[in-house]
Write a protein that binds this ligand. Structure first.
Ligand code: CMC
Length: 403
């Protein structure tokens, strides 16, 4: 690893008399390794980002949802019997979201659908609480229920709140195809379903990202898996994490509208548009990454599918020109969210569902991190450095508020 690629971050040792030595790490935990994981590892150069030993590009191009999910969960790619059994169980649970959940979803207000997922995960946790245990087989069972049912909850709740209707899972259908059908409420083509499936595989895991780390913190308290996933969804929702794919598409649509007004093609106008945003010191969503400093390898796989979908060549030119101007001005590479934004737009998916789709893939990684954490657990509890006032004494309101 070149020393120039990563920031020179400082870790300081601090002696606190009578207590011992404390390690002061960089804000945001940049370049801090709090634990090991065998699930996935992210390479700053973008060359060796691995799921259980396989590169993310290899799996994004070749593995289907069940294979990649099995690999991330169990550590190896499945053989035929394991594959059939895993698929059967995912498909079984997808079709068995408890009716009480659907009833509850019908009451939800029209808000951002990430709320629906967190709410739904907690609801499942309550309904499955009698069966909850930290036994390994039971953990795998709850993992499959979450992988299968969380996406259905997102799709049903969104369509109920936004369109007043929803479609139920289709028994025996392929997971990714069925989810895209439930989200868009129309039958996708094989190409559309595969493009969507590939994006779920690309999103499945990504080291100690903010939401996976959140899940591990909750897991370390031995709270249940459903509560940990609700917390993961809350962390993913923010625009600096999963919310970036929605913000990126809003940016492209804004640029497109302005390009049409000016009579210039979007692929040309995007350069001026980004330069103006940078001059105003705005962040360009879909660019930059805490770990990747040169390239996010997931973008090449997404580009392969973008090219084959509606207006693919035009969108690839827009992406390339946006990347060129960002690299020349800020030395920042694009990230997967810039590409999935376009891909989901091409698939006719409503923008508020982009981050929920990220969660539909990432639930595989989150639940795997939960299991890895609880099977070798130690409470995650850092120590703070208090810098507030000291020595104050409580005074009743009439005294402390006297002027
Ligand atoms: N646009 C413009 N400037 C940026 C951007 C951006 N997207 N990202 C970072 N910078 C600048 C930032 O202003 C700062 O400049 P300076 O040193 O002059 O103040 C410098 O780069 C370092 O930024 P930082 O916020 O300290 O870097 P970080 O490692 O904490 O940030 C990030 C990582 C992803 C939060 C950030 O790059 C960002 O906000 N990107 C946009 C949001 C986004 O696309 N998020 C999706 C991440 S990938 C999918 C996922 O895993 O969730």
């Amino acid at each position: 690893m070149s020393g120039e690629l990563l920031k020179r971050v400082e870790c300081k040792l601090e002696e606190i008399p009578g207590l011992g030595t404390f390690i002061v790490v960089p804000k945001g935990l940049e370049q801090v390794i709090p634990d090991t994981t065998a699930i996935s590892g992210v390479d700053p150069r973008g060359e060796q980002t691995l799921y259980r030993g396989y590169t993310i590009e290899d799996l994004g191009m070749n593995a289907n949802f069940y294979e990649a999910a099995y690999l991330i969960s169990r550590g190896v790619l499945p053989c035929e019997d394991e594959y059939k059994e895993f698929k059967k169980r995912v498909d079984y649970w997808r079709g068995r979201v408890p009716e009480k959940v659907y009833d509850a979803l019908k009451m939800l207000p029209k808000t951002h659908p990430m709320y629906y997922g967190a709410y739904g995960a907690l609801l499942l946790g309550q309904l499955y609480a009698p069966e909850w245990s930290l036994d390994k087989d039971s953990l795998y069972e709850h993992q499959i229920r979450l992988i299968a049912q969380l996406p259905v909850i997102f799709a049903a709740a969104y369509n109920l709140a936004y369109y007043g209707t929803f479609v139920r899972p289709e028994s025996g259908a392929d997971h990714a195809w069925d989810l895209l059908r439930m989200i868009t409420m129309r039958e996708p083509s094989a190409l559309e379903a595969r493009a969507f499936e590939s994006s779920l595989v690309l999103y499945m895991d990504h080291g100690f990202n903010a939401s996976a780390f959140t899940v591990r913190v909750v897991a370390s308290t031995l709270s249940d898996m459903y509560s940990a996933i609700a917390a993961g969804i809350a962390a993913l929702k923010g625009p600096l994490h999963g919310g970036a794919n929605e913000e990126a598409m809003k940016m492209f649509l804004d640029a497109w509208r302005k390009a049409v007004e000016k009579g210039v093609p979007l692929e040309e106008y995007i350069v001026e548009y980004i330069k103006e945003k940078l001059a105003r010191k705005e962040r360009i969503m879909g660019f930059g990454h805490r770990v990747y400093k040169i390239k996010d390898p997931r973008t090449d796989v997404a580009a392969y599918y973008i090219k084959q979908l509606k207006d693919g060549d035009m969108w690839l030119k827009v992406l390339k020109n946006a990347e060129k101007v960002m690299w020349e001005s800020k030395r920042l590479p694009s990230n997967i969210d810039l590409y999935t934004a376009i891909l989901y737009y091409q698939l006719g998916i409503d923008i508020p569902m982009y981050t929920p789709i990220f969660a539909m893939g990432r639930v595989v990684g989150w639940t795997s991190h939960y299991i890895e954490q609880v099977l070798d657990n130690r409470l995650i509890r850092p120590t703070e450095k208090y810098v507030g006032p000291v020595g104050l004494k409580y005074q009743p309101m009439e005294v402390r508020c006297r002027r």
